[in-house]
Design a protein around this ligand. Structure first.
Ligand code: NDP
Length: 254
């Protein structure tokens, strides 16, 4: 199925993990895909694999507004416009609050939150023309609190509510804005590593379903929200977490 034939998608953080999975899925569905992250060698390799004609790799630090603007401009220069912005680039940090430094806090806020602001600002004129859509990758950690993740909780909570507010501001232009909230997401190779296996088991104690999400699962939710099937869906948060955020967080009681 080529739902995105002729459409142009920008994916930040496309050099690994979830962003790479999202880029692969859009490419498989016919889109022009712009890969933005700092590790240009990885972007170039992915672009070559996906096909040079319909991909563009742009070295981008999403914490720098002028670099985000340059990536958006490069997209328009190459493909003539933008239909979908996926703000996926992000970092997490597990640390006791007492050990969390100002530099840690600023790194997380700039990478996870500022990047969404910069992307939306830069893409807006072009999304107005295409009546396009923005999708941010938040986290289950943006929907509640976690041990040793208060900075990340704050950042992803900001992403969730930024996209909700933005949906109201941009709806007048026919632009939809949504968020996908994964919990632990690993590829099959990672899942086979004992350390990850134990982590997955601990998550499964709190999920409605057992198993784990892969980048392809997150990409499925993102492409749905980007598609015409979601044409009246905006301002929403779609958890892809096997039901973990549907729970009350209590241990098995009976
Ligand atoms: P990875 O570490 O595999 O990928 C992170 C991506 O973000 C990389 O492509 C990296 O590229 C990019 N990135 C980081 N900093 C910057 C920067 N300053 N400028 C540009 N790009 C940057 O992580 P995941 O795939 O796991 O995470 C992707 C998103 O999903 C993140 O927002 C994360 O918070 C979220 N998430 C992930 C979960 C998981 O379990 N995997 C669960 C919930 C949410 P490069 O280093 O080349 O710049």
């Amino acid at each position: 199925m080529e739902r995105f034939h002729g459409k142009t998608i920008v994916v930040t953080g496309a050099s690994s993990g979830i962003g790479e999975g999202i880029a692969r899925r859009f490419a498989a569905e016919g889109a022009n895909v712009v890969l933005a992250a700092r590790r240009k060698d990885r972007l170039d390799a992915l672009a070559a694999e996906l096909g040079a004609q319909r991909t563009l790799a742009v070295a981008t630090d999403v914490t720098q507004p002028e670099e985000v603007e340059a990536a958006i401009q490069a997209t328009v220069d190459r493909f003539g416009g933008i239909d979908v912005l996926v703000s996926n680039a992000g970092v997490g940090l597990g640390k006791e609050f007492e050990e969390t430094t100002l530099a840690d806090w600023r790194l997380i806020m700039s990478t996870d939150v500022d990047s969404c602001f910069f992307g939306a600002q830069a893409a807006l004129p072009h999304l107005k023309l295409s009546q396009g859509t923005i999708i941010a990758i938040a986290s289950a950690s943006g929907l509640g609190g976690d041990r040793k993740l208060s900075a990340y909780n704050a950042a992803k909570g900001a992403v969730v509510n930024f996209t909700r507010g933005l949906a109201f501001d941009l709806g007048q232009f026919g632009i939809r804005v949504n968020t996908v909230a994964p919990s632990l997401t690993v590829n099959d190779e990672q899942a086979a590593i004992p350390e990850y296996g134990r982590l997955i088991e601990r998550f499964n104690e709190r999920r409605a379903m057992s198993g784990y999400a892969t980048p392809a699962d997150i990409a499925g939710a993102v492409t749905f929200l980007a598609s015409d099937d979601a044409r009246f869906i905006t301002g929403t948060v779609l958890p892809v977490d096997g039901g973990i955020t549907a729970g009350s967080g209590q241990p098995d009681l009976f």
